[in-house]
Design a protein around this ligand. Structure first.
Ligand code: XIL
Length: 322
């Protein structure tokens, strides 16, 4: 690889990572790699409801502001994640007592306080995350229970009121699992578009695995692009140990297979219209900081950098996809 080659310098669309603020502050190798390789950053946890809004009248901006300042100093875009989710609920929301109007006001105030705080600094948001189950039914989240299924559209309206310039995304996983889940997501998006709800983009998480049928990735990407909205591959990682084998080790062959899969996904993404390419974001930076190992309690190596922050074959795969 020629000296000076970077992801951000080589790809025709923004390339980002989910960033952990503690590592950014305390790990110089991590920080240097983030500065060098990426031009878009998503906070891994720093902008989630439980982090930002721990008490009804208390907002904790510290880590998120640190990330935003870091991004500004280093010329990087920040994609906000996530205003509303069924997870990362602070206990004051879980335990909140109030009538429908009070819940509606809670939701609106939460969204608008956060979007207003970052207005002019965070130009895009995952407004609602993971509203559907894998079988295509609407997830029975606290928001559905208290406010009914159309809370999703109102979240977008509230965010838009607070910052009319922000690009607003619906984010979910499983578009590549099959037609069932992605069809309900695309129906939701098309329905909101037809009603004039301010939605600009579709985020496909793409927490995927090396042995996924490749045509499923193509189907996910092309059908998302058919909405006409911006398309963000928002949380890409390619797991190598989806069967949770506790004794698996990373072989050269497996790393090369992973490179081919990254290449395939990047190539499929690069084939959608330029104007719709919001970018690709990997979820985390390296195999040392991947959420997969902790979340699924298994060894895995899903990212383009290894545990020492060195480039893996997947890195070259990404470059070869364009
Ligand atoms: C994950 C983080 O990576 C973890 O550190 C945290 O403990 C749980 O959330 N889909 C999403 C992300 O939208 O917000 C999740 O991030 C990963 C799955």
């Amino acid at each position: 690889l020629a000296a000076g080659v970077t992801l951000q310098g080589s790809l025709p669309f923004p390339f980002g990572a989910a960033v952990n603020v503690n590592l950014l502050k305390n790990n110089t190798a991590y920080r240097a790699l983030v500065i060098k390789e990426y031009n878009s950053l998503t906070p891994e946890n720093a902008m989630k409801p439980a982090t930002l809004h721990p008490q009804e009248n208390t907002y904790n901006w510290d880590d998120a502001d640190y990330l935003v300042d870091f991004a500004r100093q280093n010329n990087k875009r920040v994609h906000g994640h996530t205003l509303v989710w069924y997870k990362s609920l602070p206990s004051w929301i879980k335990n909140y007592q109030g009538n429908t109007a009070a819940w509606e006001n809670l939701l609106k105030t939460h969204i608008q306080t956060i979007v207003t705080h970052f207005k002019g600094k965070v130009a895009s948001w995952d407004v609602v995350n993971e509203a559907f189950e894998d079988d295509g039914t609407l997830r029975n989240s606290i928001w559905v229970q208290k406010l009914g299924p159309d809370y999703i559209a109102r979240c977008f309206q509230y965010a838009h009121e607070a910052d009319p310039d922000a690009q607003l995304f619906y984010n979910d996983f499983g578009h590549e699992y099959g037609a069932t889940k992605r069809t309900v997501i695309l129906n939701l998006i098309n329905n909101m578009k037809s009603r004039g709800i301010p939605i600009n983009g579709i985020g496909m998480q793409m927490h995927t695995r090396y042995n996924m049928t490749e045509s499923n990735w193509t189907a996910a990407i092309t059908t998302a692009a058919q909405t006409g909205l911006k398309v963000h591959i928002s949380e890409l990682d390619v797991a190598l140990n989806p069967d949770n084998n506790q004794n698996l080790t990373l072989t050269t062959a497996l790393a090369e297979t992973q490179a081919q899969k990254y290449l395939f996904i990047v190539k499929a993404y690069n084939a959608i219209p330029k104007a719709q390419q919001f970018g690709i974001t990997t979820w985390n930076v390296s195999d040392a900081d991947t959420w997969i190992t902790g979340n699924y309690n298994r060894p895995d190596w899903p990212l383009p950098f290894d545990s020492n922050y060195n480039r893996k074959p997947a890195y070259q795969g990404i470059l070869d996809g364009v």
